[in-house]
Design a protein around this ligand. Structure first.
Ligand code: SAM
Length: 269
């Protein structure tokens, strides 16, 4: 496959692969590829949410309704297992695209390739055509790149004039336990994926027991894996990111969602 600038890209397992192999890209891709390879479609819950709840969140975060989506070009940037991407495509029929740096896109393509165009890419590189998408949904992704501000700067130009982008990012949780876990994470994150697994298992067990063993073990493991293993996991404040979005030409920026561990911003061009 080649792009308009004449660069050539391989197609792997039916999916265009735009990731340039660098050590930084591999360090990010490796842990998330392990994370998503363990996901059981149809059984597990992403972030312990039902698909109905995730769809409600998707519409609310982007400040749109189902009618708005019809025939629009939508990108799920950092789509992970692609389950939400597919559900949006099935229910609302936009032209739906999903991209991720990890090998999750290959399984996502196998599962959902009839409804969604998946491609593998690194959001830190400028691979997207400017003004290509009516909306970009980017939930919990950019803080896992080496430089959140830089990655946002690569992604934002792909939003069409009058289009919108939603980004969800971590913020600092002001508790002693969180600070201690974050300090410990600094030693765990650089380890090879296999060496990280015992730590993930210990904290999965602790989380599972704390919740009375009522919800699935694998759902707890996904959350713990996502905390302990990524090479990068930056924390930001809404004001900081609102400033970046204004600098990138978005006039209308609002705090759209808040949770214990992070916040979501909606920006309209
Ligand atoms: C916490 S998961 C969120 C996945 C999905 N957005 C969701 O909410 O379920 C973060 C995702 O970002 C992807 N990611 C991290 N760095 C990336 C990069 N530089 N380019 C593309 N995807 C990236 C990871 O592979 C992972 O699937």
């Amino acid at each position: 496959m080649s792009c308009t600038l004449g660069h050539e890209f391989p197609i792997r397992n039916g999916v265009p692969d735009l990731v340039q192999s660098t050590r930084a890209a591999a360090a990010i891709s490796d842990t998330f590829s392990v994370q998503w390879s363990r996901y059981e479609y149809g059984q597990d819950h992403t972030w312990s949410h039902s698909l109905d709840d995730r769809i409600d969140g998707f519409l609310a975060h982007l400040g749109i309704d189902s009618e708005w989506l019809r025939d629009k070009a939508i990108l799920d940037a950092g789509c992970g297992n692609g389950e939400l991407t597919n559900e949006v495509a099935l229910r609302f029929r936009p032209r739906m695209f999903g991209t991720d740096i990890s090998e999750s896109v290959y399984r996502a393509h196998q599962q959902f390739g009839a409804n969604v165009s998946f491609f593998r890419s690194n959001l830190s590189d400028s691979v997207l055509r400017p003004e290509r998408f009516d909306a970009i949904y980017c939930g919990g992704v950019l803080h896992h790149t080496p430089d959140t501000r830089h990655a946002l700067g690569q992604l934002a130009p792909a939003v069409k004039p009058a289009g919108r982008i939603y980004v969800w990012l971590y913020w600092k949780i002001p508790t002693l336990v969180y600070r201690a876990k974050t300090a410990l994470r600094r030693f765990v994150a650089p380890l090879p994926p296999r060496a990280q697994q015992p730590i993930v298992s210990v904290f999965t067990a602790a989380s599972w027991i704390r919740h009375g063993g009522r919800t699935g073990w694998r759902d707890h493991r996904l959350v713990q894996h996502d905390f302990w293993t990524p090479r990068y996991r930056w924390e930001h404040s809404p004001d900081e990111v609102i400033g970046w979005l204004h600098d990138l030409g978005f006039s209308d920026v609002s705090l759209q969602s808040q949770a214990r561990d992070g916040f979501g911003l909606l920006a309209v061009r």
